[in-house]
Design a protein around this ligand. Structure first.
Ligand code: ADP
Ligand code: MG
Length: 384
């Protein structure tokens, strides 16, 4: 059969599901490339979710289908033969979670098989982490239905372990933490070294503010090489400075860093060190002064990524520049860089005008039209 966006669990499996779990994508408010430097990030879960409709089977088969899969069809694996080497394609994001649970010590010997149908309104590959949404929905569902007793931080680590080792993507734990720990109108302040996470009130709704996502639709062309090069610079910077990670440097150490490091490595280090400080400042500012006061920090973050870390592209710079010119409280590129999306914190009443201005500026510059939409900070993964 051909599976499309209208397809349901019943169309694929021929009977009705008994339970639905869902998990959100995320956007990172501030703290970019700080995760692999043991630093701080401040993402929030968004009101775009991946759902998993599920029914329990009587055997040991785990079967999945997705509305997203153009070829349609049901993918299946036996719970007695979970092995990443035999997994491929999108279903690895689900099967990998079952494998990771088992590999990390959960006893699945009495777990029942499941039929799972995935649907999602998290755009894929737009930097909103559709991958964490599918992983965290699966992780919460399996933990619940198989009665494994893991808490949410443990499930976040399972999601990351699966993405690193079953899917094979060397990502941090930010996305899964946001998807599992998020709450309405709140961000997740995460210490990537201790993995301590704290929910921080954003207060956007009370202040009449919204977050505009401006997806440039620029492919992350240099993302892989650029990402590896940035990581290498950060490692060189830390080892030259004699610290385990750049997290261990303060802004006051930058004088010494400038003397010891070549210009490029120094600027990479300066981005990370100042970005960590900006995350801490953003959390404090949100608590003490509210969300209108964080605009300047967002702008400084963008400038640091553009000039010091050099991961922006002209389309991201233009989106930020136009949003600010049109009155956004703050704006910055978000995500790994080399393409992807920028965000702008805007007054609710201004969002149409600012979005239209950004689209017009892209047309004038001859760039591919951006996709502009609003996200709200929403609840984390749950049983619906
Ligand atoms: P993102 O930035 O959206 O997380 P990734 O490349 O990390 O991008 O993850 C996207 C991949 O996750 C897709 O290519 C697909 O394999 C999987 N995925 C995401 N959402 C779904 C879905 N609804 N159904 C099936 N697979 C999905
Ligand atoms: Mg992803």
């Amino acid at each position: 059969m051909t599976i499309d966006q209208q397809t349901t669990f019943a169309d694929v499996f021929g009977y009705d599901p008994t339970v639905r779990y869902s998990a959100p994508g995320r956007v990172n408010l501030i703290g970019e490339h700080t995760d692999y430097n043991d630093g701080f990030v401040l993402p929030f879960a968004i009101d775009r979710r991946t759902t998993a409709d599920i029914a329990v089977r009587e055997d040991r088969l785990l079967r999945v289908a997705s509305a997203f899969d153009p070829d349609g069809g049901i993918h299946e694996v036996s719970l007695d033969a979970l092995d990443p080497a035999t997994m491929n394609g999108w279903s690895t994001y689900v099967f990998g979670i079952a494998w990771a649970l088992q590999d990390r010590g959960s006893d699945l010997s009495r777990a029942t098989g499941l039929d799972v149908f995935i649907d999602s309104d998290v755009p894929v590959g737009a930097g909103l982490s559709s991958s964490a949404a599918i992983e965290c929905g699966a992780a919460l569902a399996f933990n619940d239905l198989w009665d494994l007793g893991l808490d949410r931080p443990a499930l976040a680590r399972i999601g990351q372990f699966s993405e690193n080792n079953a899917v094979g993507a060397p990502t941090g734990i930010m996305d899964q933490s946001a998807s599992l720990l998020g709450a309405a109108d709140s961000a997740v302040f995460l210490d990537c070294r201790s993995l301590d996470a704290e929910v921080v009130d954003l207060g956007f709704a009370a202040a009449g503010l919204e977050l505009l996502v401006m997806d440039t639709n620029v492919e992350h062309a240099h993302a892989t090489g650029g990402y590896a090069a940035r990581r290498a610079s950060c490692e060189l910077g830390a080892s030259t400075m004699g610290v385990p990670a750049l997290r261990d440097l303060a802004v006051s150490d930058l004088h010494r860093a400038e003397e010891l490091l070549d210009d490029e490595t120094f600027r990479r280090v300066r981005h990370i060190v100042t970005e960590d400080q900006r995350v801490l400042d953003t959390v404090r500012t949100l608590r003490e002064q509210g969300p209108r006061a964080i605009g300047e920090l967002l702008v400084r973050s963008h400038e640091s990524m553009r000039d010091d870390f050099e991961i922006s592209v002209p389309q991201l710079d233009l989106a930020v520049e136009v949003a600010l010119r049109e009155g956004a409280v703050g704006a910055r590129m978000t995500g790994g860089g080399f393409g992807g999306a920028a965000i702008a914190l805007v007054d609710q009443a201004e969002r149409e005008r600012i979005g239209t201005a950004v689209s017009a500026a892209f047309a004038e510059a001859g760039y591919t039209a951006p996709t502009v939409f609003v996200v709200h900070a929403a609840a984390g993964a749950r049983r619906d």
